[in-house]
Structures are given as structure tokens and as C-alpha cells.
Design a protein around this ligand. Structure first.
Ligand code: KG4
Ligand code: ZN
Length: 341
């Protein structure tokens, strides 16, 4: 079964073709980073308009490049959670194409897309496993028995990990999107100079909270600021390193706890923050000590992309699930409400 996948939930237009027999045939991504950078964050209306401009040419390109123009058996598009206008662009185009091609269509949960992205790699993890979903909007620990069988073990009570990265980056005057830029700056920092808190690790449970860490960062920046309004370059790098280390340690502690609590031996990490090298490195070290293994997607499939949507949609379409001929998006959509495959 050959599926066209469309992702437009936020600030990237992603398109891919996935074939259940041959694997991923092609994918393209257009990032709106430049468009939003002067505003320091995503402007929803601009995002929707840019998806309108970019989506059809990208689809055309991927279909031509994969020789799939007359071979699509189903269309999958992100139908939530995300920005409503941005989601509607993908849903309208995806649903309409499926109708024109007389094939089934399915709306995919964006976080299920992220969660399944590591399965696109060679040596994918077998079910069951624990998933750490760390993106710009979500921080969740999920016990995964199979596709659509998700038990929420813990989640952030306030900011998501990626959001905290982005806000800390802003305090250090780094460009949007802050996460990767902060991670880059942290490489030049001395991780031992400042000790930031590891929130909610001193009590049982698997929930997260990153807002206190954000305030701690703000105070440290203010305390060391010069007349320019910012600390000197080395201090900025040291703060970036301390912040990243605190987030990473917090995530590692909770992942280890989730594995111990569930008795599972496999962990997957997914979503934008799973691209963070320090997180991957420290998780690998920590999990080796408890005879467990960590899996993740290649860098380009950690952040938003069409491949994960084509793959997730394909798994559901293969077992006969499909949406009615309506255009329906869900800006809020709890992962636990999905049906099993
Ligand atoms: O999954 P994603 O592309 O979009 C959402 O679904 O939200 O995640 C984007 C988030 C942003 O907050 C971004 O700053 C963060 O992932 N991110 C990173 C890194 N790469 C992306 N955070 C830390 N280190 C990175 N290398
Ligand atoms: Zn995402």
C-alpha cells in the first residue's frame, strides 16, 4: 500500500510517500524558520498562508520524484494537535486529493507520528516499549503496547521541554528556534560552573515541570548581565550548558524510573528535543547500566516531517481504518484516546 503523507501542524510543510512493501520512497520538507524568525516565534496566520503556498508544489515534487503520480493508495495528513489554520490546510488538501483519487484518507495524530518515527529506521524497536515524547508542545512518558495502545505514565504540568529550551534561548538572545541554537552554544560552555535544579526528581512520580527552571535561568542571566543587558559570551555559554544539563538529567532520571516502574527494557525518544546530542549520549550511558536500550529516529525525522505521518497513516489504513468524507481537525487531541491497530 502506497501512502502520501502530509504534515502541516505548525511551521514546517512536510510531504512524503511511504510504501508498506518498499519503505520510504521520498520526502520533502519546507521549513518556515526564516518567515517567523523576525517575530521570535511562530505567527499562526503566517504559518497557514505559507502552507497554502508551499504544499501543492511539494506534493507535486514528491510524487514526481517517487514515480507515484498514479500509484497512491491512500492519503494521510496530520489532523491534530496543532495550529487550527495550519492543520486545516493539510486536511483540506489531503482529504480532497483522496476524494479525487478515489482512495481512503486518514487524519493522523501528530504525536503518534513522532512516536512511530523511530520505526522508520533499520533495527526498529519491538513492542512493548516506553516512549519519551519531547517536542515544542509536549513532554510525555508513554507505555506503548502497540500502535494506538498508549498508557500515559507522566507529562509536563507546565512548559514542554522544547518550549523551555526555546524560552531559555530567548533569554540568551539566541535566534528562533532556540532549542538547536542553545544546544550549539552549550558545547562551548563549562557545565560545572552553574548548578541548575533538576525539577520534580526528588519526589516519586513521572510528571515534569520546567517553569521553575525557566525562572532560575532568567535570574542567573540577570545576575550576571553587563551594561549590554546580557552576560559575557563565556557566561552565556556556561548558562546554556547548565540549563541543557538540567533538562537532560531530569529527562534521563524520569526515563529510567519509567522503565523500572513498567519493567520494560526498551525506550524510544521522539519529537524535536530527541535530536539533542547530549540527551542521546546521557540516555545511552544511563540505560546501558540497567541493561536497557534507547532508540530514536535520524535527525531529520526527530523534528516535524511528512515521513512520520505517511508511516503512521499507513499502519492504520492497512488495517482498514479510514476517515469519513469530512474535513475535520482537532487542535487539541489526547493521545490516549486513539484506537488500537
Ligand atoms: O517536534 P517538533 O519539531 O515540533 C513540535 O511538534 O513541537 O519540536 C520542536 C521543538 C522546538 O522547541 C525546538 O527548539 C526543539 O524541538 N529542538 C531542540 C533541538 N532540536 C529541536 N531542542 C534541544 N536540542 C535540539 N537539538
Ligand atoms: Zn512535532
Amino acid at each position: 500500500m502506497r501512502i502520501l503523507g502530509i504534515e502541516t501542524s505548525c511551521d514546517e510543510t512536510g510531504v512524503a510517500v511511504y510504501d508498506s512493501e518498499q519503505g520510504l520512497l521520498g520526502h520533502r520538507l519546507y521549513s518556515q524558520i526564516k518567515l517567523h524568525s523576525e517575530y521570535g516565534g511562530v505567527v499562526p496566520e503566517l504559518a497557514s498562508r505559507d502552507h497554502v503556498r508551499k504544499l501543492l508544489p511539494l506534493i507535486e515534487d514528491v510524487l514526481t520524484g517517487t514515480d507515484s503520480k498514479d500509484a497512491i493508495d491512500g492519503v494521510a495528513f496530520t489532523s491534530g494537535p496543532g495550529l487550527i489554520g495550519a492543520l486545516l490546510v493539510g486536511a483540506c488538501v489531503g482529504r480532497s486529493l483522496a476524494m479525487a483519487w478515489n482512495c481512503p484518507a486518514i487524519g493522523v495524530h501528530h504525536m503518534e507520528g513522532h512516536l512511530l518515527a523511530p520505526l522508520l529506521e533499520d533495527n526498529p524497536p519491538e513492542f512493548p516499549f516506553v516512549a519519551l515524547l519531547v517536542s515544542g508542545g509536549h513532554t510525555q512518558l508513554v507505555a506503548v503496547k502497540g500502535i494506538g495502545q498508549y498508557e500515559m505514565l507522566g507529562e509536563s504540568l507546565d512548559d514542554a521541554a522544547g518550549e523551555a529550551f526555546d524560552k531559555a534561548a530567548k533569554m540568551l538572545d539566541l535566534d528562533y528556534p532556540g532549542g538547536p541554537n542553545l544546544a550549539k552554544l552549550a558545547e562551548q560552555g563549562d557545565v560545572t560552573r552553574f548548578k541548575f535544579p533538576r525539577p520534580m526528581t526528588d519526589r516519586p512520580g513521572l510528571d515534569f515541570s520546567f517553569s521553575g527552571l525557566k525562572t532560575f535561568t532568567l535570574n542567573t542571566v540577570a545576575e550576571h548581565s553587563l551594561a549590554s543587558g546580557l552576560p559575557d559570551d563565556q557566561t552565556c555559554a556556561d548558562i546554556a550548558a547548565a540549563f541543557q544539563e538540567a533538562v537532560v538529567d531530569t529527562l534521563v532520571i524520569k526515563c529510567r524510573r519509567a522503565l523500572q516502574q513498567t519493567g520494560l527494557k526498551r525506550l524510544i525518544i521522539a519529537g524535536g528535543v530527541s535530536a539533542n546530542s547530549r540527551l542521546r549520549e546521557k540516555l545511552q550511558q544511563a540505560l546501558a547500566k540497567i541493561q536497557s536500550e534507547v532508540f530514536y529516529a535520524r535527525h531529520e525525522f526527530c523534528t516535524d516531517n511528512g515521513a512520520m505521518i505517511a508511516f503512521a497513516g499507513c499502519q492504520r489504513l492497512l488495517v482498514g481504518q479510514q476517515d469519513d468524507v469530512v474535513i475535520d481537525v482537532k487542535p487539541r487531541w489526547p493521545l490516549q484516546t486513539l484506537s488500537a491497530v
